[in-house]
Design a protein around this ligand. Structure first.
Ligand code: HAM
Length: 436
């Protein structure tokens, strides 16, 4: 087959109806769990003033240095598509005076994001994240609750057993000052063994050298000075409590002193969910505390913590695990008809069935019943209703069970009740869309 003239841009994917089964299910779980925990939904624009990202994520991070889609407005303002959600949420928190609301403020989002990185398995230029942020509380119990929520969602989606929670603390800027120097001293003289990225990062962001994935860098990182030797008492106690609370909540974790995360706003607790599969490098999600970010963005000192997960990656893990989300799209009934009167009747029958929460498709063309039934088969309809001239004259309709291949002639009157009870009334979607 020759390839079509137009294809989706490099690093982007169409989310086809079968993929949406997964995306819709993830959204449903996230909405449900977030609501239960008191979060409210927020959406920030797809693009922001570039400074919002530079200032928060950090000038020397890969995201800001290499991965942003940057463009100029007609007035010459530099804008960027959002590569992640936290910066925009914190900007909105300040812009809309959310400091005045009861603290902490709990927000969640489900949005597309954009990073101009080399496309590969699990890495796209447009991808979807769900995430949540709690702004306005520094207590370790909040860290444990955020991590618990992420873990719970992984459990609901059936992927928790395939993942490990990697946990670390990177302390506060105070304890990091000393550590920065220790690291620069340790790496000085060893530059030639480092990858090109790490050589660049050494003086600008030496902690990032600890979680480089290159083999030689990892060997050096394993022998580097340990953060636990310089962490201050307060940060240490904060982390001890995070671990105690996680134990209490029975959330399993692996302590990983080399976990640093790729964004500069983090302080203290950082965490990621990694695959248990050998060699798999992509995290399904990650997050951490950002106690300095609100102030950095121009607000009063206000602590915060959050998490975001990559939905494409989670879908991949669900598929690997053989998980199929419930399919609410299934066509319950296909209506086949022949002749003008039958067609007219089928129009109101369609609507009556739909009002009962039944998913119905009706044939509109003038094809033979045989070819209409062929379509019903291909659509995998559960039942077909067939109405030709004879049935119209006799006031009947044929109900065909497509799974069993059997059929019966029934009175037209009352057919909606019969179909609804065959499908199982309790399986049908609620029709009151305004119900809370
Ligand atoms: P992040 O680790 O950069 O954190 O991204 C979170 C997740 O988004 C990743 O673990 C991954 O699953 C997914 N992801 C990132 N880049 C791509 C990509 N190019 N293609 C597919 N999936 C991707 C953040 O974004 C932080 N804002 C998380 C956070 C919220 N921290 C505090 N609050």
């Amino acid at each position: 087959m020759s390839s079509p003239k137009y294809q989706s841009p490099k690093g982007t994917r169409d989310i086809l109806p079968d993929d949406h089964l997964y995306f819709s299910f993830i959204k449903k779980v996230v909405r449900h769990r977030c609501r239960e925990a008191g979060y409210r939904r927020i959406s920030t624009p797809m693009f922001e003033d570039i400074e919002v990202f530079i200032h928060s994520i950090g000038e020397t991070t890969d995201i800001v240095e290499k991965e942003m889609f940057v463009f100029e407005s007609k007035s010459g303002k530099k804008l960027a598509l959002k590569p992640e959600g936290t910066a925009g949420v914190v900007r909105a928190y300040l812009e809309h005076g959310m400091q005045q609301l009861p603290q902490p403020v709990e927000l969640y989002y489900i949005e597309p994001h954009f990073r101009y990185s080399r496309p590969q398995k699990g890495r796209y230029r447009q991808f979807h994240q769900f995430g949540f942020e709690i702004i306005g509380e520094a207590d370790s119990a909040i860290d444990a609750q955020v991590i618990y929520l992420a873990h719970k969602i992984n459990q609901d989606l059936g992927v928790a057993d395939r993942l490990t929670l990697q946990l670390n603390t990177i302390g506060c800027p105070n304890c990091r000052k000393q550590y920065r120097e220790d690291l620069i001293n340790y790496y000085t003289g060893k530059e030639r063994s480092l990858c090109a990225d790490c050589q660049m990062r050494l003086h600008r962001n030496p902690m990032r050298l600890l979680d480089c994935k290159e083999e030689d860098c990892q060997i050096l990182a394993s022998m580097a000075p340990k953060f636990e030797n310089v962490i201050d008492q307060e940060c240490k106690e904060h982390f001890e409590l995070v671990k105690e609370y996680l134990d209490e909540l029975k959330v399993p974790y692996v302590l990983n002193p080399q976990l640093v995360r790729g964004l500069d706003y983090y302080t203290r607790t950082v965490f990621e969910f990694w695959s248990k599969k050998e060699g798999a490098q992509n995290a399904t999600g990650g997050g951490g505390r950002y106690d300095g970010l609100v102030e950095l963005m121009g607000g009063q000192p206000t602590p915060g913590i959050g998490y975001a997960a990559g939905m494409e990656r989670i879908v991949e893990y669900m598929q690997e695990a053989g998980i199929r989300p419930p399919n609410k799209d299934r066509i319950h009934v296909f209506i086949a008809q022949l002749g003008l009167i039958a067609k007219k009747r089928s129009l109101s029958l369609l609507n009556e069935l739909r009002e009962r929460g039944i998913n119905v498709v009706g044939s509109a063309g003038k094809d033979s019943i045989k070819s209409q039934m062929h379509v019903a088969d291909r659509l995998k309809a559960r039942f077909s209703l067939i109405m030709g001239q004879i049935e119209v004259q006799e006031g009947t309709i044929i109900l065909r069970d497509m799974d069993k291949g059997s059929q019966e002639i029934l009175p037209y009157k009352g057919i909606v009740d019969v179909v609804a009870s065959n499908i199982g009334e309790n399986k049908l979607a609620k029709k009151n869309l305004w119900e809370e």
